[in-house]
Design a protein around this ligand. Sequence first.
Ligand code: HEM
Ligand code: SF4
Ligand code: SF4
Length: 416
Amino acid sequence: MSKKMPPTPMLDQLESGPWPSFVTGLKRLAEDGDKPSAKIMQGLLGQLEHSYQTRKGYWKGGTVGVFGYGAGVIARFSEQAAQFPESAEFHTLRIMPAPGFFYDTKTLRQMCDIWEEHGSGLIALHGQSGDIMFQGCRTEQVQPAWDKLNAMGFDMGGAGAGVRTAASCVGPARCEQACYDTLAAHRAIINDFTDDIHRPSLPYKMKFKFSGCANDCANATQRADVAILGTWKDDMQVDQKEVQAKVKQLGRKEFINQVIRMCPTQALGLNDDDTLDVDNKSCVRCMHCINVCTKALKPGKEKGICVLVGGKRTLKIGDLMGTVLIPFMKLETEEDFEKLVELAHNMLDFFADNALEHERTGEMIERIGLVNYLEGLGLELDVNMINQPRTNSYVRTDGWDEEARKWAERKTSAAE
Ligand code: HEM
Ligand code: SF4
Ligand code: SF4
């Protein structure tokens, strides 16, 4: 153990609870021999303890960057540099993750080596932003660390008022529920928006996230301005023998409690012979019954995506979940992907032209109205553009008959 470990009586208390503590991780790095990274972490622990003692934070921002990029390095300077000089500069590099968060161990080891050489050794895999957070770097080490990460094939993530780093669920690579190729969609969007990620020039941030089904493992609906979720259009696939086996396993009462009664739209019924009756027209593709009965139930065969717009955490107005913008589109052929990228560009352009400073897409839509947003994007109004299933906050009943006639006409001509 290094002799220079600062005393940390208050931080030590955080290790006494039943759960693993981040303090243990910080100490492990700080005790890692005579490495420069260990010294940085000793300084950090010292300052953190000091912060706990005084109940004050001592980090301030600033501007640090790498050549060619206007974003991706989050600068942090200590106001206690005289007392803790080793961690006086503690910048973070945001590095974009691999789609679906796939890495091999060689890649991870290489990342650790680079960060022990140039930074503090502290890596968050992954931050809420979706990035790999390489935390704790002195200003003069930022460029050399970045050059090595870049040479591995990785790119800088988004920060500031631009397109942010995207994130995708593991999708078809490992998950049977995936209704589209989340990894390919993630890549298609990122490759087309690289400039907007690296050089922020929007009113505020804009995020794209990709989940293969409504389980939304990428938390896209809550946090992404543009959430792309997998769904299906036809009937869900039911293996009635497996349904019967599941009923037997759980017992009728539990099956009814866990599956039938939990369906948000009462679309399920249990037949007398313990097979399942699915009212597919009422099913809103929430995934609940499929999650419980993984062998018996699957998404339908006509798979595709649903695009939601406007999710975000609290800002000018409170938290917003995404509103359905495109109820269903296929995402299989090259043209389908091009259509998605074109839609994303239209959304970004409209946001760039119409949002106020420091306003997210969801807030802009609340301010100008969904109808105007749709008009701006050249999209036809559709009853499936919902905020929450069965409680459509955007319904207006003036001119109802005329709008209903137009909608019916559109449906008929689409079917022809
Ligand atoms: C001036 C001081 C600081 C400010 C204003 C600040 C602000 C922020 C903000 C706004 C985020 C983004 C949260 C989000 O993605 O929703 C963030 C993330 C984060 N910060 Fe800080 N931060 C500061 C200092 C630090 C320091 C010194 C550390 C580490 C020692 C740190 C560690 C992190 C981590 C790990 C995240 C990622 C969390 C996540 O994405 O899951 N921050 N910070
Ligand atoms: S969102 Fe759906 S497809 Fe993606 S990992 Fe989760 S369950 Fe699987
Ligand atoms: S997917 Fe959800 S809405 Fe559809 S039948 Fe199952 S529980 Fe009901």
